[in-house]
Unconditional design. Structure first.
Length: 97
């Protein structure tokens, strides 16, 4: 199982729009081949932080999503709102145990 954590900052007045975009597109993300779920989180203290957590069967599924039209579509909406580069961490749980 592959876990992905994406953190990004937006202007506080844009956070609701960023979360709304992700909420609307979450079913399409979950429908991607190999996706086991995604969650949208907001920082309860910092009003400019958004986190997206993904679970994928494998790196091939994640890579297919990243190179596909849905990822490009989301980037086209979210990147203009971002106040800096997103931070992405990828974790491979299959290597444990």
């Amino acid at each position: 199982m592959i876990y992905v954590e994406v953190n990004f900052c937006v202007a506080p007045q844009d956070r609701a729009a960023a979360v709304d975009c992700l909420t609307k597109e979450a079913p399409a993300i979950r429908a991607q081949s190999g996706n086991r779920g995604c969650r949208i989180l907001i920082d309860p203290v910092a009003d400019d932080v958004v986190t997206l957590l993904h679970q994928w069967d494998d790196l091939a599924s994640l890579d297919a999503y990243r190179s596909g039209p849905l990822f490009a579509h989301l980037g086209g909406i979210l990147r203009p709102m971002m106040t800096g580069a997103p931070s992405t961490m990828v974790y491979d749980a299959s290597l444990i145990g």
